[in-house]
Design a protein around this ligand. Structure first.
Ligand SMILES: Cc1cc2nc3c(=O)[nH]c(=O)nc-3n(C[C@H](O)[C@H](O)[C@H](O)COP(=O)(O)OP(=O)(O)OC[C@H]3O[C@@H](n4cnc5c(N)ncnc54)[C@H](O)[C@@H]3O)c2cc1C
Length: 490
């Protein structure tokens, strides 16, 4: 028998959880089925320990504010990312007020965001960056200091054992955030489960998708436990399969010319209470020359399910898997006639990236500890263990100029009739999941979104919906005050 549903969410990760939650808010009568190949939701990149949990607001990530040839700092990307993160905060605030998410400290906590640099040129850049950003209320709370006493107050562990004559500086935003994306998504899935017409099927893997003449999709599902095959017929399909999305989008016939480049992630983790209690910050530094944006080193306080820890990394590595629990065949099976040339060209044209990954893949425990000591000069090997995090699959696509290019962002792909959508790419990731999901709603539920009911509901859910909070500073201020207080971040 074929099961029918209005919406089929493939994968029980943060993206599917958010889309399901948003659609139920907009249309309480919609029927939703979520299928997950593993035996629990949120075991891949969205698991708390499989990502760094940084609420990316461009407070501490120096790669979002490049230095331009004329010597000025470009702040456009930083404004855009901050505004997009604020949309996620608005949605979580709405769900907290509704009682659809637990008390905020269960999934988001204030952890100051610090950028830390050394050397005269870097200090000059950081000062210039802070001056360029603080003109907008989004960044007005950003403090700068090159005074070692202040830096010592902000991050005592990082300052221990440093040469006091070394030129150093930092900026800090006290209400930066650490987010447990697993906890917030679990809250959304549990809320969906408390409502009618929602079903979560675990141990069920999507194997194939075929569009029918009436525009609906027949999706072939394998029950991994019982080894049986069934079909779900859906009006709309969302492929929220994380790194595995590429292969399913290829099966649906809408990822022509796209390839994927998997990069694995590892972190050093410390749970020793006496060290953990001495550090409360996410300290981001400068990426080394030639390395990709997601390789920026950072030392983070993490708060996951009430447990505090320190995390340092990331260390990258080459892998052929598209998921942490995936298959070594993933990369090879994704190679098709339409993407092989862009993939070869990316390999040829990105020698710096390949060299960086090869170097990372051959890192020894000693070289990892040496990298950590740049941030914690007195770090001891025995206090840290190596943890394997989630997989990132970067987008490779055709490009007329170079034949193929690699992108580090996230891209929404959908059919022209809006009956199927999926996500490719990895960054800035879960922090901007609500604006990404809104993009899908706008592109695939256009008619419904134009109705009075959906318009009223969406502005209740996201008060700034349709308005730029970068340009409307008063609106921005009132929204930020509300999100900081509802989410207990101030
Ligand atoms: C090392 C690392 C650090 C990161 N740090 C940050 C950070 O600091 N801040 C930030 O905002 N973001 C960060 N991210 C990104 C963030 O983790 C991801 O953007 C986000 O978790 C992606 O969620 P998702 O739902 O798309 O994918 P996932 O969480 O990977 O979920 C996909 C789900 O689909 C399931 N699935 C796959 N194939 C099938 C199939 N055929 N059938 C059924 N189910 C299937 C999988 O089992 C999985 O449960 C990081 C990522 C990594 C890897």
């Amino acid at each position: 028998m074929v099961k029918t549903t209005d919406v089929l969410l493939v994968g029980a990760g943060a993206m599917s959880a958010t889309l399901g939650s948003m659609l139920k808010q907009l249309d309480p009568l919609v029927s939703i089925t979520m299928v997950e190949r593993l035996d629990k939701p949120l075991q891949e990149s969205s698991d708390g320990w499989n990502n760094a949990g940084t609420g990316h607001a461009a407070y501490c990530e120096l790669n979002y504010t490049p230095l331009q040839e004329d010597g000025s700092v470009n702040v456009d990307r930083a404004y855009g990312i901050n505004a997009r993160y604020e949309v996620s905060l608005q949605y979580w605030s709405h769900l907290v007020k509704l009682g659809a998410l637990p008390s905020p400290e269960n999934f988001i906590n204030p952890v100051p965001h610090i950028s830390f640099v050394w050397g005269k040129d870097n200090v000059d850049f950081l000062r210039k960056r802070q001056q360029a950003l603080i003109g907008h209320p989004m960044f007005a709370a950003m403090e700068f200091s090159d005074d070692s006493k202040v830096l010592n107050e902000w991050m005592p562990l990082v300052m221990q054992g440093r040469d006091p004559d070394q030129k150093m500086a930092a900026t800090r935003v006290a209400y930066g955030t650490d987010v447990n994306f697993s906890a917030v998504s679990r809250g959304m899935i549990e809320h969906l489960q408390s409502q009618d017409d929602f079903e979560l099927l675990l141990n069920h893997a999507v194997k194939d998708l075929k569009q029918q003449d009436d525009g609906r999709w027949n999706v072939t599902i394998k029950n991994e436990k019982q080894n049986t095959i069934s079909t779900i017929n859906a009006a709309f399909v969302f492929i929220g399969a994380g790194g595995a999305a590429l292969q399913l989008l290829q099966k649906a016939g809408i990822a022509k010319g796209y390839g994927g480049f998997p990069v694995s992630g590892q972190f050093l983790v410390c749970k020793k209470a006496e060290l953990v209690e001495q550090h409360l910050a996410k300290v981001y530094g400068k990426a080394s020359a030639g390395s990709p944006p997601m390789s920026v080193p950072h030392l983070d306080t993490r708060i996951i399910d009430g447990e505090k820890a320190l995390l340092f990394g990331p260390f990258a590595g080459f892998t052929t898997k598209f998921l942490k629990h995936g298959s070594a065949w993933d990369l090879f099976l994704s190679i098709k006639a339409d993407n092989i040339w862009p993939m070869i060209k990316v390999g040829i044209n990105n020698f710096d990236l390949i060299r960086y990954l090869v170097k990372q893949a051959f890192q020894t425990p000693r070289s990892r500890i040496n990298a950590l000591r740049e941030y914690l000069p007195e770090a001891r090997d025995q206090d840290w263990t190596l943890h394997t995090a989630g997989q990132r699959v970067q987008i490779i696509k055709k490009c007329p100029k170079h034949g193929g290019k690699i992108e580090f962002g996230t891209e929404v792909i959908h059919t022209s009739d809006g009956t199927l959508a999926g996500l490719l790419g990895a960054s800035p990731g879960a922090s901007i999941l609500v604006p990404i999901i809104l993009e899908i709603v706008e592109q695939c539920f256009t008619e419904q979104l134009a109705t009075k009911e959906w318009q009223e509901r969406i502005t209740k859910i996201i008060p700034s919906y349709g308005i730029s909070i970068v340009s409307h500073k008063d609106l921005f201020m009132s929204i930020r005050n509300d999100t900081l207080s509802t989410l207990k971040l101030s």
